[in-house]
Design a protein around this ligand. Structure first.
Ligand SMILES: [Mn+2]
Length: 322
């Protein structure tokens, strides 16, 4: 399954690596981890993320060198690799880099990936795209430096919710152990991602938890964050990172929903579900997608309208499937 992608890596010597909007730890860790692996193999690799690097992940080795717009790309003889992105639309403005007859590879672990590459490596049984890339490096015999291992470890750590989601399995922990062996420092990375909350973020969380709304006999929970709440607490969008796991963490809750109003007036929705409850279909109804137990979408409208529409869709989904 990995062979065509390994051949793609061997065949080319210059790469532009892209990932998705609102980049998470797996998007950034996968892109940077792969870039370091390719550089260590004597190739050139440039990373571009739509909108640049979130401050939370600025500690990762190589993060200071990430481009933010298509115009930053040095495309001379470059092959393009998209990582962790379900479809070209997830690449935002960077999707324009796919439309110029350039060789494109697509590596992802989302089952609904649109297979938009010349080479597609999609493995939905992998907890993270970073895990796939770690295994690719092993198969291909590429060296994985400390910088590469740190980035790939960050991807695995964050996409498994610190090794706690249903996607955490023996393969996950095996890779994590091997990445630690290759130089990734579990405490340093976990502390940088989870142990450095701002006071504004804690105040924002307090406000968000006050919006807790339980439905369907306590099996569906939602919280939300508005732009006004950000202003009142002095918090930034990034300060709401990780809030999506709070509603689902309540005892008895099967589906947790986190809604946030973005700067451009859209509503970003995150769905989390407990084991055995597949919720990505609901995200799909709103034009989004993701994994069975963790998915998301963006819709327009007020936060109240969005919340009512989403809660109704989730209730219908639970009644029809459970
Ligand atoms: Mn991922």
């Amino acid at each position: 399954m990995r062979t065509p992608f390994i051949e793609f890596l061997r065949e080319h010597s210059r790469f532009v690596i892209l990932s998705h909007v609102d980049p998470d730890g797996d998007a950034i860790g996968s892109a940077l981890g792969l870039a370091w692996i390719l550089r260590d193999a004597g190739k050139s690799a440039q990373v571009l993320l739509p909108g640049g690097t979130p401050e939370l992940y600025a500690f990762l080795t190589g993060a200071d060198d990430i481009g933010a717009v298509a115009a930053d790309a040095n495309l001379t003889d470059a092959a393009v690799i998209a990582v962790d992105a379900t479809s070209p639309s997830r690449l935002g403005e960077l999707a324009s880099l796919l439309e110029r007859g350039r060789p494109v590879a697509n590596v992802d672990h989302h089952g609904d990936n649109a297979r938009f590459g010349d080479v597609d490596l999609v493995d939905s049984s992998a907890c993270a795209t970073a895990l796939i890339l770690w295994e690719v490096a092993g198969d291909a015999g590429f060296r994985v430096s400390k910088a590469a291992a740190e980035n790939l470890y960050a991807g695995v750590l964050t996409d498994t919710g610190r090794f706690s989601y249903t996607n955490t399995d023996q393969r996950t922990l095996q890779a994590a152990a091997e990445l630690a062996g290759a130089g990734a420092e579990p405490f340093t990375i976990a502390n940088a991602v989870y142990g450095t909350r701002t006071i504004a973020s804690v105040r924002l969380l307090g406000r968000a938890l006050e919006t807790l709304d339980l439905r369907e006999g306590g099996t569906v929970a939602s919280i939300h964050v508005t732009q006004a709440m950000l202003r009142e607490t002095g918090a930034t969008q990034e300060d709401a990172e990780g809030f999506s796991s709070w509603p689902r963490s309540l005892a008895g809750v099967k589906v947790g929903i986190f809604l946030r109003e973005t700067e451009d007036g859209m509503i970003k929705i995150s769905f989390r579900s407990s084991e055995g409850v597949q919720i990505d279909g609901v995200a799909g109804r709103f034009g989004g997608g993701g994994h069975p137990s963790a998915s998301g979408a963006r819709i327009s409208g007020s936060i109240e309208e969005a919340k009512q529409a989403v809660l109704q869709a989730v209730s219908e989904h639970l009644r029809s499937t459970v």
